[in-house]
Design a protein around this ligand. Structure first.
Ligand code: GLU
Length: 441
């Protein structure tokens, strides 16, 4: 049996960090098992689905390096849903219901008012052929409900949540098809999972009660159900389900200079008992991926943690990996010198302009003679390893040490108080530039 997972977004918006995490875990699990990872576009809702979002989803997955082994689309499968729907109809597992949204809402309110769970009362099941004919003659089109089997408990062993148990009598028969013939997500998803040989469904715990009803749909369609893993949802750094998370997507992360590896390293381990670590290569993350390590508590997504992880990833990236994104002329030595100081790759351009100059430096009056002396010494150096040579000679000549020795030099040479290691930077600045900068002080 080939492990097959699927990521099944609805193209009604761009992917947010919670979706990306689901996609990642589906991909990682398939990778680990040597299986297949499918992208399934859940576009049954023609009105809200947009082709632009389908493209954006593909682009986002590609940016993360999560390449699907196949792509499916629900809108291309309506004929198939019809066939299986007819089977369920013939078997009495779906039935027409005629209540309006207002009527249903009223029923709900009455039940809630009596302190009862708002479970659909199955009034439509009691309709006779005559009743139905009358309603249809009035032009009322039915929507369709899946009839839950009330005879047995619904149980499964969730890969994250452990044993799950639902009493179908406490659940409403779910609506699977609207009066206009369009599909709700529940049934097409089951038909797809069967036809596409999905072995593992990995999704957020907001789907747990859907799973209970879907398990009965698998059975009603004569299929074995896949295994399920329902992951705890993400919360914002403040610990609450946050609106902001719903709007954080790849576009935002790219804009602030987050690398795909950082997002993967964080989302792979967030909410698990394994530490979040800056892996540039996902292989060890895949290797250690295990649903048993996922906790049941909501996982906190902290943008600050992501930014820090990103910096630690950037520090490891080779010149080869980044050279196309660097400012023209920036050399490998330049990248190696500058990279330990970066939070994002884009910041490299800023430091490279410091190397190339011109720079603006504010020099304290009392440091001017010292810098003039530094220039004289610098002029005599062969520049193979100028920084230790320069600072060594200056220390001897002036008696300065520590901050009073290094800071004026750094300021004059870079215009900044902090930055990359001067020993790496000074050879890049070059002798000629360095002399000009020291003398202009
Ligand atoms: N389209 C559904 C969603 O985005 C898919 C859920 C599932 O994975 O089955 O919630």
């Amino acid at each position: 049996m080939t492990v097959t997972t699927r990521f099944a977004p609805s193209p009604t918006g761009t992917l947010h960090v919670g979706n990306l995490r689901t996609a990642l875990h589906n991909w990682m699990f398939a990778q680990k098992q040597g299986g297949r990872f499918l992208l399934r576009i859940d576009d049954t809702d023609a009105e809200r689905s947009e082709e632009a979002f389908v493209d954006a989803i593909r682009t986002d997955l590609a940016w993360l390096g999560l390449n699907p082994d196949g792509e499916e689309r629900q809108s291309a499968r309506f004929d198939r849903y019809e066939v299986r729907f007819e089977e369920l109809k013939a078997a009495g597992r779906v039935y027409p219901a005629y209540e309006t949204a207002q009527e249903l809402e009223l029923k709900r309110k009455v039940l809630l008012g009596r302190g009862l769970p708002p479970v659909y009362d199955r009034a439509a099941l009691a309709l006779t052929d005559e009743d139905r004919a009358k309603l249809e003659a009035e032009g009322i089109r039915p929507h369709w409900r899946f009839r839950l089997d009330h005879d047995a408990m619904i149980e499964w062993d969730d890969l994250v949540r452990g044993p799950q148990r639902f009493d179908p009598k406490t659940m409403s028969d779910p609506v699977v098809r609207r009066a206009d013939g369009s599909w709700l997500y529940l049934l097409p998803s089951v038909i797809d999972d069967i036809d596409m040989d999905i072995t593992h469904v990995v999704r957020g715990e907001d789907h747990v009660s859907n799973t209970a009803t879907q398990l009965q749909m698998f059975a009603a369609l004569g299929a074995e159900a896949p295994r399920f893993a329902h992951e705890a949802l993400l919360t914002g750094a403040e610990g609450k389900l946050s609106k902001r998370l719903g709007s954080l997507g790849i576009a935002h992360f790219r804009e602030i200079g987050i690398e795909p590896q950082a997002l993967i390293a964080l989302l792979a381990r967030l909410g698990t008992s394994d530490p979040v670590e800056p892996f540039v290569d996902p292989a060890p993350l895949i290797e250690s991926f295990d649903f048993a390590r996922f906790g049941r508590a909501p996982a906190r997504f902290d943008e600050e943690e992501l930014a820090q992880l990103n910096a630690r990833i950037v520090h490891q990236l080779d010149y080869e990996a980044v050279k196309d994104r660097l400012r023209a002329g920036m050399t490998e030595a330049g990248w190696d010198a500058i990279r330990p100081n970066l939070s994002t790759i884009a910041e490299a351009a800023d430091w490279w302009s410091v190397v190339e100059g011109p720079i603006a430096a504010t020099i304290a009056e009392e440091d001017r003679p010292f810098l003039a002396q530094a220039a004289d010494i610098a002029a005599t150096l062969d520049w193979s390893n100028p920084w230790p040579a320069l600072t060594g000679a200056l220390k001897e000549a002036t008696g300065r040490k520590g901050r009073t020795l290094f800071l004026p030099l750094r300021l004059a040479l870079t215009g900044r108080e902090h930055g990359p290691d001067m020993a790496a930077l000074l050879p890049l600045i070059g002798k000629e530039n360095a002399l000009v900068r020291l003398r202009s002080g």
